[in-house]
Design a binder for this molecule. Structure first.
Ligand code: THG
Length: 367
């Protein structure tokens, strides 16, 4: 592929200098910001992530801050997930839907206090929707994008690395919870979360000026742990079934089609925009849904457009993410498959750019 030209619109991050010094080889654009995709190679990065510890520049997971007396009311307007039990100190993975029940984003919400949240967004301009709702309903709330940049620390040695920089107490942070920790006199929100299934943390770095000092401290502390710069890994996230908004689901899909029905309690999500539409589709159930798919044969090409899933000469779905998995010895893929063909064990054909491939719908993701 040709290069993508740098400009002010394609935002750098507080960690970009470190990413470049570490020899980044590829980027994607996410929320109008640079997101590294490869350092050594996607397969080498994958092996290292599963065996060691990596530091990830995921500043592109931008925050929408919602603050004020109506913050909780606005949050519940955005999602069919039941937020009544959400406590300060918790993180929730949220489907966000429009008035038709179409997915607008699938962020992680961080409840900082009763009247203050961060919405850590996937790749869509959700800020405009949230500002529009706040304005249209005359809510007493401030909505903006603060100078907060998540830094991921992912992999089996993440606890050891984090304990060296932030102290032993960081090990006690539970999954999808966060605590406050000090770094050089600055308060940092640190959650046990991240876009991998290898375990780890996300540090919400407030203020771009402290980005490189923190980056450098993590690399110095982790030298003997073999710490490397890394990034969300295509192979590992498909194995783990972590969805990518814009790839695996879009505004054309309901949360139920995206397999996120377990995060919806639409009946009790009073005030949720799109609630009526979702109650209708939840009653009937989806007619197509996200499935793990094993594509047989050797490594497939990069999946940069949807690949038809065919059975008996008819299109019954599409593959939206795919990669060769060294650990499972097959191409792992995520697709959306019609009800008639979504049962585990169903044999289908995936039309890749290099020709048709035999494939099998799987019962579960690989990890
Ligand atoms: N962390 C933070 N912000 C993010 C992401 C992240 N914003 C963009 C993107 N990732 C949003 N998408 C996801 C997708 C999956 C998960 C988190 C964000 C995830 N899912 C777990 C799973 O499916 O196993 C856990 C879900 C749960 O049980 O609550 O972690 O990664 N800050």
């Amino acid at each position: 592929m040709a290069l993508i030209s740098a400009s002010r619109r394609l935002r750098r991050t507080p960690f970009s200098d470190g990413v470049e010094a570490a020899g980044v080889k590829g980027y994607t654009v996410y929320n109008h910001m640079l997101l590294p995709t490869v350092f050594a190679s996607v397969q080498e990065d994958y092996r290292h992530l599963k065996d060691h510890v990596q530091v990830w520049d995921v500043a592109c997971e931008r925050q929408i801050e919602v603050r004020g007396p109506d913050a909780a009311r606005l949050m519940q307007m955005l999602t069919p997930r039941d937020l009544r039990g959400m406590l300060a100190g918790q993180c929730y993975y949220l489907p966000i839907v429009d008035e038709t029940g179409g997915m607008l984003n699938d962020p992680v919400a961080v409840k900082l206090s009763e009247d203050r949240y961060w919405i850590s967004i996937a790749d869509s301009d959700l800020l405009f929707w949230v500002k529009g709702i706040a304005y249209g309903y005359r809510l007493d709330v401030l909505v903006d994008e603060p100078d907060v940049s998540p830094l991921g620390v992912q992999g089996p040695k993440a606890d050891d690395l984090m304990a060296r920089v932030f102290g032993e107490a960081v090990r006690k942070v539970k999954f999808f919870r966060f605590g406050h920790f000090d770094f050089q006199g600055r308060d940092m929100v640190i959650a046990r979360s991240g876009y991998s299934k290898q375990g780890g943390f996300e540090i919400y770095v407030e203020g771009g000026d402290i980005g490189m000092p923190l980056w450098n401290a993590l690399f110095e502390a982790g030298r003997d742990l073999g710490v490397r710069a890394g990034c969300p890994n295509l192979i590992e996230r498909i194995e783990g079934g972590l969805l990518s908004y814009g790839n695996d689901m879009t505004r054309d899909n309901t949360p139920h089609e995206a397999g996120l029905g377990r995060f919806c309690s639409t009946q009790v999500a009073i005030g949720c925009v799109g609630r009526d539409a979702l109650l209708r589709v939840a009653k009937e159930g989806p007619v197509k849904q996200i499935r793990p798919i094993a594509i047989h044969g050797d490594a497939v090409a990069p999946c940069d457009r949807s690949w038809p899933v065919v059975a008996d000469g008819k299109t019954v779905g599409q593959v939206t993410s795919a990669a060769w998995s060294p650990d499972f010895g097959t191409n792992v893929a995520i697709g959306m498959v019609k009800m008639t063909h979504w049962d585990a064990g169903t044999e289908v054909v995936v039309t890749t750019p290099d020709g048709p491939r035999r494939a099998t719908v799987q019962e579960n993701f690989w990890i």
